[in-house]
Every structure is written in structure tokens, then in C-alpha cells.
Design a protein around this ligand. Sequence first.
Ligand SMILES: Cc1ncc(COP(=O)(O)O)c(C=O)c1O
Length: 423
Amino acid sequence: MGDNAGSNRKFARQGRAWPDLRDELQRRRAGDLEWNDLSNLKAAYDAGEDVARVAWEAYTLFRGDNLLYGNLLYPSLPAMADKVVGMVLELLNAPDAAGGTMTSGGTESIILAVKAARDQARAMRPMTGPGEIVVARTGHAAFNKAADMLGLRVVRVPTDRDFRADPSVMAAAINDNTVMIVGSAPPYPVGSVDPVAELAALAARHRLWLHVDACVGGFFLPFARDLGEPVPDFDFSLAGVTSMSVDLHKYGYVSRGASLLLVRDRALGDFQRFSFDDWPTGAFTTMTIAGSRPGGAVASAWAVMNYLGYEGYRDRVETILKVRRLLTAEVDRIDGVRVLGRPMAGILGIGGDGVPDMAAVRDGMTAKGWRFGPLVDPAGMNLLLNFRHGAIVDPFAADLEATIAEARAGKLARSRGQASYGS
Ligand SMILES: Cc1ncc(COP(=O)(O)O)c(C=O)c1O
């Protein structure tokens, strides 16, 4: 719980001058990693100084404005949010009836999708138990968080050897209580894209809600496909896809606190909406979990998308694809490790293939200054690449090779076994 202990648990009686506070803030972050330091291979979505400036300046312009009161006070905010939703719906081949909501992040988009699917199922048919959602092992933990909050059960099923959802295993897990099946494009661990076309056919056959989690791929895969990558169908062009989560604050390069939940048909918003009016301040209706919502996130999304345009995003994806290919070649060259699955986006999973203790290699790479996510099953590393990471290909590969040699020579300490996604 941070530094909330002992003498720190004191609310200053008197305020302090901003320059003094600013100095202290600088000192406090002295031990933090610079977010876009090249060693940071854990979700540092850097698209360049210019893009970051647009994202932050746009955010700051609208720093006091609240999307919750958009229609009353700040009509430019819902208007810009509409434009952002519209641009992404076009990118993902959505039909005219489709709609969407800006949310605070991928987790909120996912929770809202699960809520909508649950409430639609309850409205459509009698249920004999808590609703269930069927998710491949690789699907994001946010589906379990959603189920936990919404009184549902998650049925996790194994993937195929390439870490992709296996439609026949998913099919076998469906029962009368299933309210949703999930595909990810791609899931976070290694970046293989689930066979969404087959999941869409499955969903259509069972008349089930299919959510496609494109939090990390929504702003990547369309451009990768345009550049000739063999990206399988994953979006609203498949009739069975009901909803999609797409994060603006990942490869959309928008200031944090920005994602989209998109639905094939705006009418599905009835199941997403929360309304209440039996209190003293009038009707309260929201499409989100959050009440107050930062206007800055909306402005940032609108500004960055218009600044980069389709071609700006495609250029960055092109560079990241090159980086991924170079790094893949280097990793595959090193005896004892390999790239896992069939990466399609900016994610790379590295696993061991004959290294005595891959978790110790992971710790060894951390000790050499690299920052990345862990993989625990199989043991390995999870990297998220950005367009500046061309510069790390050689040093990363050299350190990996050296660390594996240390592991083989018995020079690495046994892994302390700390493997956590975040916090
Ligand atoms: C595939 C996928 N889904 C969902 C999420 C959750 O997003 P957030 O951290 O914005 O809540 C992530 C985060 O990396 C993700 O990669």
C-alpha cells in the first residue's frame, strides 16, 4: 500500500508552494524508469516525441472538463468521442448500425461487454445457474475480474500449440448457461491471433455473444494486414462478432485512460446502460462504469488520431513489424530459446527450449536492466515492441545469449519465482 505508513500518514496542515512540490515530485520519480526508456519492453507505447506532445497537450486543454456532463456543459466532448468511435468502427469494418462508448481502459471495456452479454442473455432466456463465459487460457485476466464483479463464472479452456483459442474445445465448454464466448486479437501473452472466424461461426450457431478483445491489436492488425501480414479475419466483417474492445491508450498512442467498447448494433447499448432516477438529483444514466470521465482523454484521442491519420499509424506498424522480424531472427538464432506461437502484432513471447531454468534466465535479463513481462506457462518473457525498439535488437539478443550461457554454466541464481503481470 505504498508509503502510507508511520509518519507519512499525515495530511499537511498548510499547503506548500508549487515550485517546491514540483522539485519534490522530480526527486520522487528519480528512481522510476523513464516510461519510454528503450529498456522498457513492457507496454511502453511510444510513437515519437511529436505524438506524445499532441496527446498530452490535447489532454491538458480539456483537463477540467467532464464527459459525464458533456451534453449539458461540454458538447464538444461527446461530439469528439463520436468521431473517435466512428473512425475506429470504420477501421474495424463495422456495419452502419454499430456504435461504441469511450471508456477508461481495456478492463472497463471488457467488464461492460460482459455486463451487456449477461443482461441480454437474462432478457432472452431463462437461466438455471450463474451465467458462464468461455475464455481461452490466454484471454486477459479482466474477464475473470468482470465475472467476479458480475456474479458470473469463467470457464477457461486450453489453447492449441500456438497459443490460439481452439474452437472445438471452446464448443465443448458451451452449455445452457453460457452468456458469452471470447476471442482475442491477439491475447496478451505471445501475440498469436485467435481463429475469430471459427469462433464467430460457433457463436452464430449457438446464438451467443462473441466478444473480440482487440485491446492490444485493434490499432495494429488492420495496418499489419494492409502491409501484407497474413492477419486472419478478426473484426466486425465477421457477422458473428457482437462486440470488440479496442484500447486507444495502447497502439492508439493516446494519453492513458482511453479505450473503446464497440458493439455491432447500437440497440445492444440497452444492456450496457445503467439508469437510476430515485434520488434527489434527477435521472442518472451512464454507459460506463465510471461516473465522471476525463474530457482530456477524449480530446487526446481525437487529436492523436487526426494527427497520425491512417498512414501515420501504418508507418509505425511497418517499423514495429520490421523490429519484430529482426528480433525473432535473433532469438531463433540463439540455441535454447525460441519465439512462441505465431506473433501477429507487436507482442513477442520468448520461451526456453532446453535452457535449464528459463525463469532464472528471465531474472538474469532483468538483472541486466531489461524490463518486460513474465511468462509462467511456459516460462519465458513477454515483450511489447514499439517503433523505437530497432535499437535494442542487438543488445537484447547479446544479453539473452550471454544469460543463457550463464544458465548453462550454472552461474545464475535460482529464480526467485517472482512473476507478476503488474502492480
Ligand atoms: C489483450 C488485452 N486485453 C485487455 C487488457 C487490459 O487493458 P487495461 O490495462 O487498459 O485495462 C490488455 C492490457 O494489456 C490486453 O493486452
